[in-house]
Ligand binder design. Sequence first.
Ligand SMILES: NC(=O)c1ccc[n+]([C@@H]2O[C@H](COP(=O)([O-])OP(=O)(O)OC[C@H]3O[C@@H](n4cnc5c(N)ncnc54)[C@H](OP(=O)(O)O)[C@@H]3O)[C@@H](O)[C@H]2O)c1
Length: 325
Amino acid sequence: MYAITIPEPGGPEALVWTEVPDPELGEGEVLVDVAASAVNRADVLQRQGYYDPPPGASPYPGLECAGRISALGPGVSGWSVGDEVCALLAGGGYAQKVAVPAGQLLPVPKGVDLAHAAALPEVAATVWSNVFMVAHLRPGETLLVHGGASGIGTMAIQLAKAVGARVAVTASGGRKLDHCAELGADVLIDYREQDFVVEVRKATDGAGADVILDIMGAKYLSRNVDALAVNGRLAIIGLQGGAKAELDLGKLLAKRAAVMATTLRARPLAEKASIIAAVREHVWPLIESGRVKPVVDRTIAMREVAEAHRVVEASEHVGKVVLVA
Ligand SMILES: NC(=O)c1ccc[n+]([C@@H]2O[C@H](COP(=O)([O-])OP(=O)(O)OC[C@H]3O[C@@H](n4cnc5c(N)ncnc54)[C@H](OP(=O)(O)O)[C@@H]3O)[C@@H](O)[C@H]2O)c1
């Protein structure tokens, strides 16, 4: 088969369409013929040499895919050759074939084509596990989403609105904030011009956000704590603004607030399977009813992946950039 390999870390040109051996199926895995994958910011870090795949994972980038099952490994039940699926991966989505642990498979939602289905697993699993399973966002609460127009952000806005929460977002100005508003965001904050702490307090009668989904890490830590409401929960999933910062525990004590940080890729198979089961139970019906939609900025041929990475690094996109095999 062919896959995108990274012979040497570097810029987008470091991604090379290469003939490689087909994946071997292990116990509990299925082989998926990949129709589409999607770009995640983590793939950019992997390409640059800053984010190695976890032990045992495919060396090729690609944290999600959609396609058809072409073979079943030993011990797999409940899936058949020919099923259309999408999947959460620890790597290997930028390829013509990938071996997937069966617990990380989802059926392609009714009414969604394979290219759009490839845009769903990573954002649905990350947002559901953090905003709902870890931070327990409830109806009527306020969620602040940093980077509302990102792949993650576009899913977070829609899921939070679907459960009856209020949503504030940050993004870099008009066009991106307009997209967030179309997805249902209630409070639009241009982080280049406005102070999100002031804006979130203004929008909540001084109370602050009950849950914050953060992708900036160190750069926003202190201001995120300031923007939290009493009993607030700060879920950090990205470190785009660095990993080390001072945390004022006094403010956390006074607010009885919590700070948590998680990553999906390196979790044990059983944890990923339970997140995927929760996504299938809670998120899939919202997608099949049309209440929540995959947001795809553009599709690009997989062998043109360098262009897709350029778009994502320049943050020209809203939602996801999909790669079609
Ligand atoms: N922990 C996990 O399990 C996990 C899983 C998936 C993703 N993530 C993380 O989640 C983040 C989003 O991932 P993605 O693939 O959806 O990326 P993406 O689509 O490339 O989005 C990155 C976003 O960062 C926003 N941003 C940049 N500077 C900002 C600032 N100062 N304030 C607020 N927003 C800012 C950009 O907004 P503008 O374009 O408007 O500037 C852009 O929308 C990444 O950090 C990724 O590593 C973590």
